[in-house]
Design a protein around this ligand. Structure first.
Ligand code: ADP
Ligand code: ZN
Length: 741
């Protein structure tokens, strides 16, 4: 019997303390158990990391209690937490915080309890008759229960027989019924019925990909991570579904990661309905759940009541036992990267977890991240490819429209070229649907004075304010600063202040003017503020009550509407000119994703891409839908410039309200890092970040590049520990960053 436990206490950074396991908790404490422990005058919670033979201090204090009945963390998840801490340069405690949802960790939320009533015996006939006259509701409740034969929720009885819990208690005292209290799951999908859906018969490419996946599920220890590259609509999801079905048949469980943005009712429905009749209910984890719902979904997975978990980034930590398969759909998506500590990349964590379990891991995408593609080329991943659409539908025709030819005819650049405009008109006549995509919300990206050139800037950040016309405000999309719209130039008082750079709100406005009869809806962060708005708008679009849907990247992913035959990309250049080595890759991915929304039904689809740089490689390869050529060319650049995937990057950001102190600290860190830097790691010059100021904080960057990031991170961690920073300077470390701004 272990006598001591090493406990990582919540919110103390990396501090571990030893405690004794008291006799009454013998057998209840193991690695991963959540415990309450005394710390000075208080009782805090923490996680048991190990069970040492001898304590680090003589006679440690005893553990006060255990949270939950079983360890909340199994050993694999604990090891995964340690790996995250080491790789992403963060405290173990921060990693564990990501692994266990707050509501579970604290053990506060608890299960929702409900009263259930069941019949014990009916009263004797004369008595029942008397009851029917005197207390008809009570009699009705008894009849209801007798007919049901099984426990009925008190809430249901209240609804159907208008009896209260007090009345039911009286019936219990009379000895006619039994009341019990039970845990019930809060089910966010309780109101929906999912009809079972049958699997498709696979085409030969799909069958080959499935066979490889099943081999990995059955023999995970000698299989590689699988990269499934297939154009949109090639039937990747069908492979996920059948692979999961097979894993369940082997008594195993599965995790499906999807980007938060794609966690639409449509996606959830597809999984729920395929598994509707099995004994393997699906648990769903995403960021819009209430604390109670999250608690229940988590415990559903933990207890084995759910054997499939589908969710966003954090679902990679789902507490399933006997894991057979982790699917990462749209594996190139940047939302898999967490942009706060611990800054982990869920796709990579999935691969690491799969090797620890061991289980199969399947990464799927139409446009794989170049990191994954390079891994496949180098033979670290096994490549599976689907080259045709599953339903034999053609890929949409993509036309590139050179906006340079259109300037000058109207005031300022036109939002719609004549060709796009007439294509929309054509669809309206044919009663087909159109999606217009622009990755920028608001009405205009800037307000500028034509006289003196003054641009309305955010007072806290180094970017211009976005004009929101309906709200009549200028907002900063970085810090949330908001002010009333300037009617005169704040610098020279000229009244002619002008807006430029259209956002989705402006597109909506123009569409309403050009196509007055069309039914139009807009989906972006401004219109989707209510929880239900997303579902409602998509529902209206699906049932044909909307002709034109305008939106940001919110509509780019995973949606499937057979009647959409036209997709217009209003400005393809927005993501192309960012100071980020992935700008080309992102543009290619975005264009391919958005184009994939067209022509998912009987009619072939058309995509119009408007751009000022029609000959940029990302746009040309996207037009031809040739991922492999694009990847080959882009990887050439990356290799030449020594960028990922040929090297790893760690990005340090120093923030301070004082520009001088942030710069000084960046330089000091750079100097100290140079000493003892492992071979093959290159340190960049400290420099102001591309977004030099955000929320009133000046920002400086410092980067490390090397093939062996683990050793670089180790060195980094030591230097950071030995280099105290002034109180008003904050440092963040981002390993394998997505955000370079
Ligand atoms: P992806 O995930 O690659 O975008 P999906 O799995 O969503 O592709 O498949 C696209 C469409 O084709 C869906 O409507 C799906 O039901 C259908 N489909 C998939 N596989 C087959 C198949 N083997 N035979 C017929 N239809 C299929
Ligand atoms: Zn701002």
């Amino acid at each position: 019997m272990p006598r001591y436990a090493r406990v990582l206490i919540d919110r103390t950074g990396a501090r571990e303390f030893d405690y004794a396991i008291p006799a009454e908790l013998e057998g209840a404490v193991s690695v991963g158990t959540r415990v309450r422990v005394p710390m000075r005058q208080r009782v805090l919670t923490g996680t048991v990391l190990s069970l040492p033979e001898t304590p680090a201090v003589p006679n440690p204090r005893p553990i006060a209690g255990v949270v939950g009945t079983r360890p909340l963390l199994d050993p694999v998840l604990l090891r995964l937490g340690e790996w995250i801490a080491r790789y992403y340069c963060c405290p173990v405690e921060a990693a564990l915080r990501a692994i266990l949802p707050e509501t579970v960790r604290k053990g506060q939320s608890g299960f929702k309890q409900q009263w259930f009533a069941a019949i014990r015996r009916l009263p004797e006939p004369p008595e029942l008759d008397r009851l029917r006259k005197k207390a008809p509701r009570q009699a009705a409740a008894l009849d209801h229960l007798a007919k049901a034969g099984a426990p009925v929720a008190a809430a249901t009885l209240a609804e159907q027989c208008t009896v209260t819990l007090t009345t039911l208690r009286a019936l219990q005292r009379a000895g006619w019924i039994v009341l019990t209290q039970e845990n019930v799951d809060r089910d966010p999908w309780a109101d929906e019925e999912f009809l079972p859906a049958a699997p498709h018969e696979l085409n030969p490419e799909q069958a080959a990909a499935l066979a490889a996946t099943l081999a990995a599920v059955e023999h995970p220890a000698n299989s590689k991570p699988l990269l499934l590259h297939g154009v949109t609509g090639s039937g990747k999801t069908e492979i996920y579904l059948q692979a999961i079905e097979h894993a369940l048949g082997l008594g195993k469980t599965a995790i499906v990661l999807v980007p938060e943005i794609a966690l639409t009712p449509q996606t959830v429905e597809r999984f729920k309905s395929r598994f509707a009749r099995t004994d393997a209910p699906v648990a769903v984890l995403h960021s819009h759940l209430s604390a109670g719902e999250r608690h229940d979904e988590w415990h559903k997975a933990r207890s084995g009541r759910a054997r499939i978990v589908i969710g966003a980034r954090s679902a990679v930590f789902a507490p399933l036992e006997n894991l057979g398969l982790i699917v990462v759909d749209e594996e190139h998506e940047h939302s898999y990267k967490q942009e706060e500590t611990p800054r982990y990349q869920a796709r990579d964590v999935a691969v690491v977890r799969a090797s620890m379990e061991p289980c199969a891991v399947l990464l799927g995408s139409a446009t794989p991240a170049l990191e994954s593609w390079q891994n496949a080329i180098a033979g670290k991943y096994e490549l599976l490819q689907l080259r045709v659409r599953a339903d034999d539908r053609k890929l949409p025709r993509i036309r590139v429209i050179d906006l340079r030819m259109h300037t000058g005819r109207t005031k300022g650049p036109p939002l719609f070229s004549e060709r796009l405009r007439s294509a929309i008109e054509d669809r309206l006549e044919k009663r087909e649907q159109t999606i217009l995509f622009l990755n920028r919300r608001g009405y205009a990206t800037s307000l500028q004075c034509p006289k003196c050139g003054h641009v309305c800037m955010c007072p806290n950040c180094s970017i211009s304010l976005t004009y929101h016309r309906a709200a009549a405000r200028m907002n900063c999309h970085l810090c949330g600063h908001s002010e009333r719209v300037a009617t005169r130039c704040p610098a020279c008082s000229d009244p002619a202040i002008r807006h430029s750079g259209a956002g989705t709100e402006r597109i909506e406005d123009v569409v309403a003017k050009v196509f007055p009869k069309a039914r139009v809806a807009r989906m972006d962060a401004d219109t989707m503020t209510r929880k239900e708005a997303y579902r409602e708008t998509l529902g209206a679009f699906r049932t044909g009550r909307i002709d034109i849907l305008i939106g940001t990247q919110m509509i780019a992913k995973g949606l499937h509407f057979p009647n959409v035959t036209l997709v217009g990309i209003v400005n393809a250049d927005l993501s192309l000119h960012l100071p980020d080595f992935r700008a080309g890759e992102r543009t290619f991915q975005l264009l391919t994703q958005v184009a994939g929304r067209a022509g998912r039904g009987e009619v072939e689809g058309d995509v119009y891409v408007q751009t000022y740089t029609p000959f940029s490689p990302s746009i040309q390869w996207a037009r031809r839908q040739d991922y492999e050529e694009f990847a080959a060319q882009e990887l050439g650049f990356r290799r030449e410039w020594n960028y990922p995937p040929f090297t790893h990057l760690a990005l340090l950001t120093l923030r301070s309200p004082s520009e001088a102190r942030a710069a000084f600290c960046a330089e000091t860190l750079a100097r100290r890092l140079k000493e003892g830097m492992p071979d093959g790691v290159v340190l960049g010059e400290p420099a102001p970040a591309p977004l030099a100021r955000v929320k009133g904080q000046y920002r400086f960057h410092l980067s490390l590049r090397g093939r062996t990031i683990l050793r670089a991170v180790e060195h980094l961690r030591k230097v950071i520990e030995e280099t105290p920073l002034p109180a008003d300077v904050r440092l963040t470390v981002d390993v394998d960053p997505c955000q370079l701004m």
